[in-house]
Design a binder for this molecule. Structure first.
Ligand code: AHR
Length: 645
């Protein structure tokens, strides 16, 4: 092989064009690559948690919304007061003698005499109900004055027609939880939940909750099943959570505190979301770890590096770069202890202080935490470095078994990136988290980014990347890039597209991988690329030559050690079809009964609620052998999975 051919193989870029016939051949020794290369990044933005993956159907269930969360919001946002059957009264919000000090506000419903008064919740853009399914209702209530009477919970259409009803006992004078099961007669995507008091007096109400019984894996306080299933079908090897900017927060008081997110939901501390809304934290650390376990993914929590987001203040001032601030040095020991406690909570024995809390939540076994991210694309300042090192040293010394992931800024090659890498090299950090949101052309022009990375330095986690749109061409640019990640899977250990989820009525950030509303889910073309790589990953990379190398055509070939399958991926981001002659002689015996999956369409094709499957993979049988030809369609991603035993 001459030097030019070698260069073409390395870059798979612009060699003499026009050639639509190419020869692809296994060339060179196989190498081990990360078995966990493709995972997901979950952030609570675009209403990804409340009103998204979290199965709760009542919005502002604990009356904790406030104007700081979002201009114009208050404790009664999402709720209306209703008077029924001639009942007269009022609703107000109080905070004395609350259910729990972390959950200070509650509603007080007054009824003067006969009839009923109540509160009606409109859910997250409507309460979405399915006929024939069962829903668990619960509320904490306390009779403050008067004799009171039974509570009545109703599911109603928007115009007040009854869909289901349950009667609950008259509340006691102390806080108690009351339950009911509701089974709506009709499917309705825009229903309402109404909670009525039928006895004279005043009743306090808090944590008014409605969940489908059919959550993902049927967990109580669980996840929306259809959305969780779509995520599970990516076959992610890890889940990074609870976010990017959400983690380091909008000011030091807004830094995500995992301890506020565990335990009974009525005792969790809700808080403002940096993305200009609210976090009930009902989807908290226990639920994240449980989800990882359910889908066979490794948990990858990220904690702030003791500094807030460098863009803090944006929601209020609409001005970026308000400045990074660090926790006061006096607060750092407690903060570091919180990080150490997280590891004990996840992995410690059930009789340890924090392991006992995990066990009390129903999980005495370890969650097998192996990785911990510290920091999220933070500005590389002295304030950051000092705090990062304090946390890093403490975790390393107490938990050498945990692999720490550092951070190297928000862009692929700026000053924070360079400073971040310098710092990582000084400390010898095991892995660093790179982020980039760039054009598809950038991805296609940077396929050799990791070819020259020093294999003796930190491993790489490509923690956030996307090619800035959801057209097929964008997805193909990402697919091409993912072939390069596989080629560099000896240095790139993890990667995750970002962001994962977007509720189409509450968009903070685009593009995203999965779009949804209360009843629809759309997998983007980018989703299918991630899914095809996730479902067809391998732990051994088989280097291949392409002659002649042509523009915007990339390949990779891996072997999956469990099935012994060899998986060939061919990404043609050009508008010309390519005929590829494949030589797999050195792989050994190949079973002719293979599978070919093709994702193809117009470069600007994409999926929508109206056309959810415009760009979707098609699977066909394929006859493979040690040497065969395949027509790779224009703007397509083809995957051939072959059995070798
Ligand atoms: O993925 C959206 C945002 O992009 C993340 O919160 C942040 O880390 C990055 O800037």
């Amino acid at each position: 092989m001459n030097r030019n051919t070698l260069l073409c193989i390395l870059t798979l870029m612009t060699c003499p064009a026009g050639a639509s016939d190419i020869a692809i051949k296994i060339q060179g020794p196989a190498k081990s690559i990360s078995p966990d290369l493709f995972g997901i990044f979950f952030e609570d933005l675009n209403w990804a948690a409340d009103g998204g993956l979290y199965g709760e159907l009542v919005q502002n269930r604990s009356f904790e919304y406030s104007p700081e969360d979002h201009g114009g919001w208050n404790e009664m946002t999402g709720w209306d007061f209703v008077e029924r059957d001639g009942g007269k009264g009022f609703v107000t919000v109080k905070s004395d003698a609350p259910l729990h000090f972390n959950n200070p506000h509650y509603a007080v419903l007054g009824l003067q005499k006969n009839g009923a008064t109540g509160i009606r919740n409109s859910g997250f853009d409507g309460v979405s109900l399915k006929a024939g399914e069962k829903y668990d209702f619960s509320v904490f209530a306390r009779q403050l004055a008067g004799p009171g009477g039974p509570l009545v919970v109703r599911l109603e259409t928007k115009t007040g027609d009854l869909l289901a009803e349950a009667k609950l006992p008259a509340p006691d004078s102390g806080w108690q939880k009351y339950h009911g099961v509701l089974e709506p007669t009709n499917t309705d995507a825009d229903a309402r939940l109404v909670l009525l008091t039928t006895g004279e007096g005043q009743v306090a109400l808090d944590v008014v909750s409605l969940f489908p019984q059919a959550t993902f894996h049927n967990h109580p306080n669980g996840l929306r099943a259809d959305l969780a299933q779509v995520i599970a079908e990516l076959h992610p090897k890890f889940v990074r959570f609870p976010g990017g900017c959400l983690v380091h927060g909008d000011g030091v008081d807004n830094i995500y505190n995992w301890k506020n997110t565990i335990g009974p939901v009525e005792q969790r501390k809700e808080q403002r979301n940096i993305w200009n809304y609210h976090q009930s934290v009902g989807l908290g650390y226990f639920e994240y770890f449980q989800f990882c376990e359910d889908i066979g993914a490794k948990p990858l929590p990220v904690v702030a590096a003791g500094v807030c987001c460098q863009n803090s203040g944006h929601a209020v001032t609409q001005v970026w770069e308000q400045g990074q601030r660090g926790l006061a040095m006096a607060d750092m020991p407690a903060y570091i202890q919180d990080v150490l406690d997280l590891i004990e909570w996840a992995n410690g024995p059930a009789n340890s202080v924090w392991g006992a809390k995990r066990a009390a939540a129903g999980h005495p076994e370890s969650f097998h935490l192996q990785y911990l991210g510290i920091g999220n694309e933070d500005k590389q300042t002295g304030v950051f470095r000092e705090r990062f090192k304090m946390i890093y040293d403490a975790v390393k010394s107490k938990h050498p078994e945990i692999t720490i992931i550092g951070t190297v800024g928000p862009r692929p090659n700026d000053d924070d990136y360079r400073q971040g890498w310098k710092f990582a090299n000084e400390l010898g950090i095991a892995m660093v988290d790179e982020h980039y949101y760039e054009s598809p052309e950038w991805f296609l022009n940077n396929l050799n980014r990791y070819d020259s990375y020093d294999r003796t330095k930190s491993k790489v986690y490509v923690g956030e990347y996307a090619s800035r749109d959801n057209n097929l061409f964008n997805a193909l640019a990402e697919a091409a890039y993912m072939t390069a990640l596989e080629r560099n899977g000896d240095i790139v250990h993890f990667s995750s597209y970002a962001p994962l989820l977007c509720n189409t009525r509450h968009v903070n950030w685009k593009p995203d991988m999965i779009y949804f509303d209360n009843t629809n889910i759309v997998r983007s073309a980018n989703y299918y690329v991630q899914q095809l790589f996730g479902q067809n990953a391998g732990e051994t990379y088989l280097p291949m030559s392409v002659e002649p190398a042509i523009t915007n055509f990339s390949i990779s070939c891996v072997r999956d050690s469990q099935s012994h399958d060899v998986i060939l991926k061919l990404v043609n981001a050009s508008t010309n079809a390519v005929t590829a002659r494949i030589d797999l002689a050195s792989v050994g015996k190949i079973n002719p009964a293979a599978t070919r999956i093709v994702l193809q369409g117009a470069p600007n094709g994409n999926n929508s609620f109206e056309h959810p499957y415009e760009i979707a993979p098609k699977t066909n049988g394929f006859t493979a052998s040690q040497s065969f030809s395949v027509e790779v369609e224009s703007t397509s991603f083809s995957l051939i999975r072959m059995k070798t035993k």
